[in-house]
Write a protein that binds this ligand. Sequence first.
Ligand SMILES: *Cc1c(COP(=O)(O)O)cnc(C)c1O
Length: 401
Amino acid sequence: MSCNEHAGFATRQIHAGHQDLSAVGPLATPIFQTSTFVFQDTAQGAARFAGEEQGYIYTRLGNPNGNEVGAKVANLEGAEMGLVMGSGMGAVSACMWSLLKAGDHLLADKTLYGCTFAYFMHGLTRFGVEVTLIDFADLDAIKASLRDNTAVVYFESETNPDLKIVDIPAIVKIVKDHNPATKIVVDNTFATPVLLRPIELGVDIVLHSATKYLNGHGDVIAGMLCGSAEDMTNVLMVGVKDMTGSVIGPFEAFLINRGLKTLDIRVNKHCQSAMKIATFLEGHPAVKRTLYPGLASHPQHALAEKLFHGGFGGMIAFELDCSKDRAAEFINHLELCSLAVSLGDAETLIEHPASMTHSTYTPEELAEAGIGEGMIRLSVGLEDPEDIIADLKAQLDKIKK
Ligand SMILES: *Cc1c(COP(=O)(O)O)cnc(C)c1O
């Protein structure tokens, strides 16, 4: 039932982290729907609290279902330890509350998931953390913005929503040359460990909204962090246990573990379909601009080819050559693509970042982050790509004949 560390990605996404329940014999790990765990005696309870004996205490500190997901995703990301949390934002906040204190400086990319942006700019700054946002495509700007008190450098490996790819090895070198103690945290939600593994490139901590591709079925909210055992234990004992209480339920963890077993199959299909759809969009006269890292026209296409393994993801951003109102009408008339935020699901989802996922930005901040009023974000699902293209084409053709 278990696998060795040399096993392939697909083998590990099914078997890594599996626990020994040989006395019981279930194929799938059952749901441990329990808040707490019974100690044999007071000595055992004390030993577990002191960390002298391995074992479960209370589900906020660990549960067999959550621990299996943590160990599995850590294995896939090439990390020592992983933690699964109640949401992606729970992972962002538990991580930052553990790494930062008043007086520290956080340097982050200017294009961020909307709630990450709000937490950094309107949350952390209230507690005495200095935050600077810059364009991480500009390596000289990163070098110039690092300070003596820069405790954390944060970016998305593929930015939301404009799909910028950043040069992770170059950034790691600049940051670690400046100060080896500065932690580099990367949100790898869009790329997934199938396509990109930042820890192998020298990053300290990888973060996921497991709500998206890791679960993949649109029925759970969850987050993940992977990193060294030292960093993850710090996040668990400070950020999760005390400062956020961002805990995942055993049933949600069970569902993510189920979703993970098909991660590479799903991601490869998302990639193949997205390439076809991006190529179609780029060739349609009603589309002004198509952003997809797999297209030769993408500003960081060469970098994406260097960093990504076997595909360029399932996310596409595009702009229509028409008014805002006409673009809204286009979205409203689609039949197969669902108008919804979130991403990475079996169903194709379409949304308007400026008024939805990124509405936490002011109009000036949107312009600064490169998120146009006309930008549309598409999360390519697992349907037949021909059907997704037909749905888009029927409405695009009405804009320009
Ligand atoms: C959705 C998302 C988050 C937040 O995750 P939740 O699970 O919704 O809390 C963070 N980063 C990225 C890139 C996301 O897409």
